[in-house]
Design a protein around this ligand. Sequence first.
Ligand SMILES: NC(=O)c1ccc[n+]([C@@H]2O[C@H](COP(=O)([O-])OP(=O)(O)OC[C@H]3O[C@@H](n4cnc5c(N)ncnc54)[C@H](O)[C@@H]3O)[C@@H](O)[C@H]2O)c1
Ligand SMILES: CC(C)[C@H](C(=O)O)[C@@H](O)C(=O)O
Ligand SMILES: [Mg+2]
Length: 352
Amino acid sequence: MKIAIFSGDGIGSEVTREAVRVLEALKLPGLTLLEGDVGAAAYHRHGRPLPAETLDMARVSDAILFGAVGDPSCDNLERHLRPEQAVLGLRSELGLFANLRPATVFAGLEDLSGLRPELARAIDLLIVRELNGDVYFGDKGMRETADGQREGWDMMSYSEGEVRRIAHSGFLAARKRGSKLCSVDKANVLETSQLWRDVMIEVAAEYPDVELTHMYVDNAAMQMVKNPGQFDVVVTGNLFGDILSDLASMCVGSIGLLASASLGERQTEYGTFGLYEPIHGSAPDIAGLGKANPMATILSVAMMLRHSFGDEDQACKVETAVARALSDGVRGGDLGGDLGTEAIGDAVLERL
Ligand SMILES: NC(=O)c1ccc[n+]([C@@H]2O[C@H](COP(=O)([O-])OP(=O)(O)OC[C@H]3O[C@@H](n4cnc5c(N)ncnc54)[C@H](O)[C@@H]3O)[C@@H](O)[C@H]2O)c1
Ligand SMILES: CC(C)[C@H](C(=O)O)[C@@H](O)C(=O)O
Ligand SMILES: [Mg+2]
């Protein structure tokens, strides 16, 4: 089994290093790790954030472990050269349209949530975020209006087929959990969302065992803080899912804890091909200081074991080691403690 490691920029390489230590400690038979350049690192070395060699490496791998991309020094480059294009390019080139972002409160962390402990305790939700469409991938540009002002524009759209396939991902995920699916949109204002809602209702007919509800995204943000325990699976578009998942992360305590899996249709001999990454970014404010919490990336390895290698036992082993570390009081700066990235990695490894 081949895993491509794309650690990227900022804390990306720091957190990925710890996740790779965990992966190696599992001694999976026939494991081969490949390393590729992405993001600002790739731009400086190859002139592009997603070099052809990296994409080729992704294509011959069974799964990808991704750190993070983004560097303030690149924020004024032409858009196609910016580091973020690496992760966007991998998602679209590899057809990884279903992004699973689970958010659950770990025992002992209720007091560290941004919410009151009694609200936080009930959080056990999964955001299913569409990843290949929406305003992210529409035409965009800068132009000049008739009265000589600069105008930025981005086209938002979803085709019926794009909504249908993520609807199935949402319903199937709900069926494996509490059978409740909340579709989040902005159908009161956007045609893109009206189509989204119509298609969700059509697909619901195939899943009579799953309860489908709808919520506008502004209300969903409010409800996530008011009563997050009401959510089981949330299915939503690319932009709303991006925002709601960062919100959910603080409801469970820290963005340093939220893992993700990005899946498509490709099957390998081991399972579903996927890209696994923490939901956070390259955190330039703490990059190079050894302060980042690597748990989100380590938990992404667990998701990889589950989805791409069908190894539920090893996935649970990794998740249990992280949960034990947290219940034993292992805390990085993001959770009010003072342990560094490597010490947190050590703590998880000791509990594997
Ligand atoms: N998938 C990705 O590669 C990805 C995701 C999000 C943002 N980004 C990029 O990352 C760069 C920085 O973005 P941002 O600052 O908006 O978001 P960010 O997620 O990088 O950081 C937000 C805040 O959370 C903190 N934080 C994030 N991860 C942490 C961790 N593991 N441990 C402790 N603290 C952590 C940071 O220090 C910062 O204060 C930008 O270039 C952005 O485009 C990349
Ligand atoms: C870096 C950026 C393109 C990315 C996104 O918006 O999808 C990030 O915020 C994420 O959540 O993975
Ligand atoms: Mg994001």
